[in-house]
Design a protein around this ligand. Structure first.
Ligand SMILES: Cc1cc2nc3c(=O)[nH]c(=O)nc-3n(C[C@H](O)[C@H](O)[C@H](O)COP(=O)(O)OP(=O)(O)OC[C@H]3O[C@@H](n4cnc5c(N)ncnc54)[C@H](O)[C@@H]3O)c2cc1C
Length: 538
């Protein structure tokens, strides 16, 4: 596909990952600053999340016109999405369109996973090694490894004995999986699981869903975009660019400024009903206090639980599905196409793992405390070692031989989610401590990538060799991340991957910045306008 010269060992910048983050960082540094860059990517093509996540029903929850790069007017005019929410294949086509338009692939080394990155203090460079034992050096190391790229299959006794096939949704075979005539078990009912269930149930002979945590979901109401809307988006992209920068989550809808207490019961029900009919993530924008006030949240939670009970005809299933132990939007709020309706099919079963946990997997299927389930295929929709997993996997070693694993033993410590003390000249796009997963990510990514570009540009012009944050800045930022999170209901949720609680042994620290994109952007802009004085520049 491309001809990277493996004998060329020296680069100004090595960028790890060729998803939304890596591609745009390459454009900024190579084409705008004229730097010598290499992107290293494990997969054999661009796409990141959407390269790996090809599971049945895999689709973006952000509306397509917002799940786009906004940096190029030309690109916005040239690309046309076909549906309200783009599916995984369409996003891959988009990423390839971008890569071709900006001629990016010639600087991407595919099929190479970075397995170690060591900072050399004497030579002021990062020494990078890939799984194919290829070494490179660069002045800057930029991680564009994604927050949700480290698939997590839980350790369940006996999995190795299973004679059927098993798959993780985040590592789905390129050629797909046929479920025809198969008895399928799916573990996990988060955002991914909720997308997969209806599609798998349509094809499989039988599907058993194993649910640990019941979840809210709002209808997506996906549909083909009308020609009028396609034209509207192209004509109004400047408006959308501003809107996406202005809203706290980078989505193309405002959060209402009314409180639940401002309205009477009937009006509240009408507001929820209207939002339910419209569908999508903006349901959570119905009132301003849904994620900050327990009582307010309960009204939305109860509304959705009632919808589940009305939709699901099997009373036992309805009870299991609506027995939700956390506030609405306390975890990533899923949206769906026919999720709850699928439980009315006659080829589906639902197992409540809280009252009937899995004890082991054997050669024929899954054994729970009370029953055995014969299966041909097991689908793990069990999520990711989110945010820190892909970074810790790279074996990054900074100054004084400090391993990132040691530096983050008690949880991630960063300044702005962009830099880690002890790791000079390393930038972490959408790192822990930044708004990242609480936002429509391409918008957060563009902000990070441009900030890093401007910072490196400043260093080049002023002839600085290194930039580094310190422990005090990281501690103060960590306090800010905790303070804003504690004003919301988010840190109260058990098993939340925002806290790392889905991975046994992982320190439980609230990782994303919940203060919203505009506030975060202001903090970053002030630092830039102040010539990066909060960092040590040498
Ligand atoms: C199922 C799913 C649904 C999602 N839906 C939405 C949504 O609706 N809206 C939204 O805003 N976001 C969504 N996201 C988040 C999504 O990850 C981001 O929107 C975006 O794709 C992140 O881009 P990225 O480039 O930062 O990371 P990624 O797309 O994750 O790309 C990172 C790349 O880095 C590579 N990589 C990692 N480690 C290494 C290594 N050591 N060496 C070499 N390469 C490496 C990976 O192979 C990967 O290709 C979703 C994520 C998932 C998993």
């Amino acid at each position: 596909m491309n001809q990277i010269n493996l004998n060329n060992k020296e680069y100004d910048v090595i960028i790890v990952g060729a998803g939304f983050s890596g591609l745009y960082q390459l454009i900024c540094l190579r084409d705008q600053l004229g730097m010598n860059c290499l992107v290293v990517e494990t997969g054999d093509d661009v796409g990141g999340t959407w390269y790996w996540n090809r599971y049945p029903g895999a689709r973006c929850d952000t509306e397509s016109h917002a799940y786009s790069y906004y940096f190029s007017d030309e690109l916005l005019k040239e690309w046309t999405w076909s549906e309200r929410y783009p599916g995984h294949a369409e996003i891959r086509r988009y990423m390839n369109f971008v890569a071709d338009k900006f001629d990016l692939k010639k600087d991407i080394l595919f099929n190479h996973k970075v397995t170690s990155a060591q900072y050399n203090e004497d030579k002021i460079c990062w020494e990078i090694t890939t799984n194919n034992k290829i070494n490179f050096r660069s002045k800057f190391l930029i991680t564009a490894v994604g927050c949700l790229s480290n698939a997590n299959i839980p350790k369940i006794k006996g999995l190795e004995n299973f004679k059927g096939k098993y798959y993780h949704t985040g590592n789905w075979p390129k050629n797909g999986v046929s479920f025809v005539d198969k008895k399928v078990g799916q573990i996990g009912t988060g955002s991914t699981g909720i997308q997969a269930v209806p599609v798998i149930a349509e094809e499989a002979k039988h599907l058993t869903v194993f649910q640990r945590t019941a979840n809210y979901s709002v209808p997506a109401r996906n549909k083909p975009l009308t020609e009028n809307f396609k034209i509207h988006v192209k004509e109004r992209f400047k408006y959308y660019r501003e809107l996406l920068k202005k809203t706290p989550n980078g989505h193309p809808f405002e959060i209402s400024d009314r409180l639940v207490a401002d309205v009477q019961e009937q009006e509240m029900q009408e507001i929820y009903e209207k939002a339910w009919e419209k569908g999508g993530l903006q349901f959570r924008g119905s009132f301003s206090d849904l994620v900050t006030n327990v009582e307010a949240n309960k009204t939305a939670s109860d509304f959705i639980k009632n919808k589940i009970n009305e939709t699901v005809l099997n009373k036992k299933f309805a009870a299991i599905l609506s027995d939700i132990d956390h506030p609405y939007a306390g975890k990533r709020p899923p949206i769906d196409t026919n999720y709850f309706e699928t439980y009315n099919r006659d080829n589906i079963n639902l197992v409540d793992l809280r009252s009937n946990p899995i004890t082991q997997i054997d050669e024929k299927g899954i054994q729970t405390e009370k029953e055995h389930f014969d299966l041909d295929i097991i689908v793990f929709a069990t999520g990711y070692d989110a945010m820190t997993g892909p970074l810790l996997n790279m074996n990054i070693v900074g100054k004084n031989n400090l391993k990132l694993q040691e530096a983050w033993e008690e949880g991630p410590k960063t300044f702005l989610g962009l830099q880690v003390p002890g790791f000079p000249n390393m930038f972490t796009i959408t790192g822990p401590g930044s708004p990242s997963v609480l936002t429509n990510m391409p918008i957060a990514i563009e902000q990070h990538v441009e900030w890093i570009r401007d910072c490196i540009d400043f260093m080049n012009k002023k002839e600085y060799s290194t930039i580094e944050t310190d422990a005090k800045s990281a501690e103060e930022w960590g306090n800010e991340v905790n303070n804003v999170a504690n004003k919301t209901l988010l840190p109260t949720v058990k098993h939340s991957w925002y806290l790392g609680a889905n991975i046994p042994g992982k320190p439980q620290v609230f990782m994303p910045y919940a203060g919203g994109l505009p506030r975060y952007r202001d903090v970053c802009e002030n630092i830039k306008n102040n010539n990066y004085k909060e960092f040590s520049l040498n």
